[in-house]
Unconditional design. Sequence first.
Length: 318
Amino acid sequence: MIRIGIVGTSSISERFAEAVDLVDGVVVSRVASRDADRARAFADAVGAPATATGVDDLLAADDVDAVYLASPNAVHAVQISAAVDAGIPTLVEKPAVLSAAEWDALVGHARERGVVLLEAMRTAYDPGLAAVGELLPRLGTVRRVSLRYEKRSARYDHVLAGEQTNIFDPALGGSALRDLGVYPLHALVRLFGAPRAIHAARVGIASGTDGLGSALAVYDGFVADIAWSKITDTALPSEIQGEDGSLAIDAIDAPRRLTLTPRSEAPHGIAVDAPDNPMVGEVERLREAVEGADISDDQDVTSTTLRLVDEMLATPLA
Ligand SMILES: NC(=O)c1ccc[n+]([C@@H]2O[C@H](COP(=O)([O-])OP(=O)(O)OC[C@H]3O[C@@H](n4cnc5c(N)ncnc54)[C@H](OP(=O)(O)O)[C@@H]3O)[C@@H](O)[C@H]2O)c1
């Protein structure tokens, strides 16, 4: 049994604990918060037997075989570093860290020490993305890819009210690109590899970070446009166009309804069979990694995605 310690007490940690409950061979043993009472309340809510006050306390516990880090983005690197130093397998929320260079250095350190370090990019382990990959040959030569994740956040209201909030706070690594843009980007890299070039435009909001943006990625023989937003909603699906047909994807972070339209034929819908909790796949991947699976490809896709994010964040805010 792999005993997992959770860092962070927000709703995503709760969802993660639910996913752990659905996977054999893993259990949540301890929950860490910066505040002892919050740790206890959260542990009670998810049925974890023990708590810790802060990350160091968690890493020193003798009932933690792996950790899941769900703290603000800017805090990830120092927590990963501490976990790797302690020899504890680590699953870190997306985006894993704030730059590709930072990730590559941490992965190098983890590999030297023989410690698992995996990004909790749920899309990568989602049956929906695998289904999309399996359908690609039906499309013929791919010419256009259009992937989007645009969802207005309730926390944008805080920004509009003149308040700072973590996910939009540049000091904590907040950014709509880092929050939602990484899903279509990661899916793009998983499906098609690294583009030859990427050109981005980002729209700024009052908190000092991007609220939405678009990017055009250039591949040999096709282009990919990526759209992300935390300040507007969309009714549009993602889509992949090939010379022999197109595939519409309801949600690229967790594809559940695909519509395949072969050239000159009627569209037909395909339902993806997947667990209700979209974090189950990453928990299974963590278990495989702890049991010895080679995760170097996973780490490389994270590195490539972060390199693209680096380039996109270098563009000035419009
Ligand atoms: N996979 C997904 O679908 C998904 C969804 C949402 C978010 N995420 C990712 O999960 C991570 C957390 O996002 P979130 O929106 O949940 O963040 P958040 O609410 O701002 O913070 C998460 C937790 O981190 C701790 N924390 C807050 N501020 C901190 C600080 N300044 N220093 C250290 N710890 C701090 C808090 O726990 P304590 O106060 O109890 O210590 C809090 O519950 C991000 O990397 C985000 O991208 C993933």
